[in-house]
Design a protein around this ligand. Sequence first.
Ligand code: ADP
Ligand code: MG
Length: 448
Amino acid sequence: MASVPEHVLMNEALIEDLQKVAKDTALLHGVLMRTKETPNSSEVVSYAPFTLFPSPVPRSLFEQARQVQTHFNLLVDRISQDAEFLEQALASTIKVDDFTARLFNIYRQVIQEGCSQPIVLGLNRSDYMLDLGKDGNTSLKQIEINTIAASFGGITSRTPDVHRHILKVAGRVEEQKKILDNNPAAGFAEAIAKAWELYSSERAVVMFLVEDVQQNIYDHRFVENELWSRDGKEVAIVYFRNGYMPQNYTEQGWEARLMMERSRAVKCPDISTHLAGTKKVQQELSQPGVLERFFPDDPKAVAQIRATFAGLYSLDMGEEGDRTVAMAIANPDHFVLKPQREGGGNNIYGEDICQVLDSVKENLERSAYILMDKIRPQPVRNYLLRSGSPLKLSTCLSELGMFGAYVRQGKGMVLNECTGHLLRTKSAEHSDGGVAAGVAVLDNPLLI
Ligand code: ADP
Ligand code: MG
C-alpha cells in the first residue's frame, strides 16, 4: 500500500541516482544537522536524516489533526490553570517518580507565592499515529502531546521542496502537488513575538535555554550570564529547548528552574504547562467526565479531542490498577508501558512489559507508569537516508505531529493557532524513538 509503486522502489539504478540527488538537494535547502562526531562545531555538517519519498497520509485524518489542534491548545492551557486537577492527577505519580516530584515542588511553591506573570505562551506539538483497525479503517490516535521543547518545527519547513524535487526527478510530477508548504517555526516566532510585545519592555530579550551538547545539562554559565550578572539584560521570555529530562538538571539547574519560575519572565512552558504534558495527565484525561471539566460548554470540542484518544489505563494502586496489570501481562503485545519521561527510548514493549510489571505490581512503584493501547499503523516501504548509513529499503511506520501555539493574557486568549505539521518515519523494527534519538527521520505527508 505504499504510495510509491514497488517497481519504483525496487529500481536500484534509479534509487541510487535519486538518493544522491536527494542528499544534495537537502544540503542545498538547509535540511542540516551537525554531526555526532563534532556536535559543537559547524566546520563539518551533514544533512538531517529524511525519507527518500514522502509517505501517504489520508487527507481527512490530516485535516482532523489540524482542526483539533486549537482545542488541544485550550485544553493544555486550562489544565495548567487547574491546580486541583493537577494535584489529584499527579498525586500517585509524585510519590514514586522523583523527576515529576521535583517539578511538582516548584509548581507548589510558585502557586503558594502567587502568580507572577499573567502572560502565558504555549508552544506544543501533538503527535499521532494512524491506527489501522481490524475493520480496515484507519483512525487518528494521539501518541502524546509535547508541552516542552517541541522540536523540528524549523528544519521541517525545508523538507517539502526537497521531496518535490525528488518526485520531479523520479518523473512523478503530479504528486508534487500533494505535498503541502509547511513552516511551523514561523507561527512559533509569531507567538513568541506576541508574548514579547505584551510584556512591553523594549530592552527585554527572549532567552533560548538550549542544551549543553556534551552532557545535555543546563549550561550554567549561560544562565549565570543571562540572569545573574549585574549588566545582564531583562528577560521577557524564557523558551525552554531543554529541561525535559532528569539528565538536564544538576542541583544548580533545579535552582535555576525555580528562579525562572518565580521571575517576571514569560516561561514557555511555565511549570504547570510542563506538568500538563505528563503522560499521567494524558491518561487521566481519558477517564470519563474529565474532558467535560475543561470544556463544560463545548461538547463538540470534547468529542473532537476524545476521538483521538487511544485506550489509556491507570496503574495506580487499587482494583482498577490491578485490572490493568492483569490485562497487560495477558497480552503484552497489545500495549505500551510508559514512564513519565520524554525524549524517546523510555517506553517498554512486549515481553519486557511482563518483566517490569512483575517486579513492580505489588507496590507503589507501579504508579510511576501508565499503560496505553499499542497503535498499529499501516506500514509503508521507503528508504531512510541517514548520514553514514547504507541505503536500504525499509518497512516503515510514520507519526504525524501538529504544532500548536497560543498566547494568553490573564483570562483572554490573544492567539491560538495550529502552526504546521511534522511527519516522522521510522523503520518498523524499532518500537520507540524520535529523530533526536537517532531512530526516526524527517518526512512529508503525501496527502491521499
Ligand atoms: P517520548 O516522550 O519519549 O517521545 P512517546 O509517548 O512519544 O514518548 O513515545 C515514543 C515513541 O514510541 C513514539 O514516537 C512512537 O514511535 C512509540 N509509541 C509511543 N506510544 C505508542 C503507542 N501507543 N503505540 C505505538 N507506538 C507508540
Ligand atoms: Mg514522543
